[in-house]
Design a protein around this ligand. Structure first.
Ligand SMILES: [Zn+2]
Length: 239
């Protein structure tokens, strides 16, 4: 967009920011005026509203924008966007000043985020209609993701096929899916060979101390053999 405006005004630039030497020093062609902003985009601030339970960070040349997550119990979160002045350096002491309007910035930030329930408000605050259409759009997206997760899962019941996006969609809509659970990391107990959760202090199968330091922390005597089930229940008193 910037380049388009620049080429329209300074037609001697052929679509790039690379300056061309001008033959007439002090010629009037040096004075490049910023284009008048269009009527619809003149608001100096616009509001971005989010119903997403995630924080989003969007990085642009003019800054990193943080769209805060919508807190539990809240209907939405807001981020105010302000228009920015910028300038293209054309070289030869010529600068081409222009304004990126708040709405342009906001629309650009949200290009990939609409499906997550994030939108630019028409007014200063989101309306009920805007919020409900954002919810409908996000839910439709999540349903698509869940369908995709089902398809991927059906291929080979592999957790590796399922992305966080799929899992979040299922959890957000409260949909029960086998694939939506984060697989627990398991290790083998060196004493009995049974599978135990990675990082536990005691083997729940044979009672072997797997991490003496951690076991001591939980009040378990190092090296002491524990009863089969006693070890499993008493190993985590702090939790
Ligand atoms: Zn064991």
């Amino acid at each position: 967009m910037q380049t388009e405006t620049a080429t329209a005004t300074a037609s001697n630039l052929t679509g790039s920011d690379v300056p061309r030497p001008l033959s007439h020093f002090g010629s009037s062609r040096r004075d490049i005026l910023p284009p008048a902003p269009s009527q619809a985009d003149t608001a100096s601030t616009v509001t971005i509203a989010s119903i997403s339970d995630q924080d989003w960070y969007v990085s642009r040349t003019h800054g990193v924008y943080h769209i805060p997550s919508c807190a539990k119990g809240e209907a939405f979160s807001l981020l105010l966007i302000t228009s920015r002045g910028d300038a293209i350096d054309l070289g030869d002491n010529r600068r081409y000043p222009f304004t990126i309007t708040a709405r342009e910035i906001a629309e650009d930030l949200l290009q990939d985020l609409h499906d997550h329930g994030i939108f630019v408000c028409a007014g200063a605050r989101p309306t009920t209609e805007e919020l409900s259409s954002a919810t409908a759009r996000r839910d439709a997206y999540y349903h698509r993701l869940i369908g995709e997760g089902d398809t991927l899962w059906a291929r080979g019941h592999s957790f590796r096929e399922i992305s966080d996006l799929h899992r979040r969609a299922a959890m957000a809509l409260g949909v029960e899916r086998e694939w939506a659970y984060v697989p627990m990391r398991m290790s083998e107990c060196p004493a009995c060979g049974e599978k135990v959760k990675t990082g536990v202090a005691v083997c729940k199968h044979c009672g072997a101390i797997l991490d003496a330091e951690k076991a001591a922390l939980h009040g378990l005597p190092a090296g002491a053999g524990l009863g089969r089930n006693a070890g499993a229940t008493k190993a985590n008193p702090a939790r």
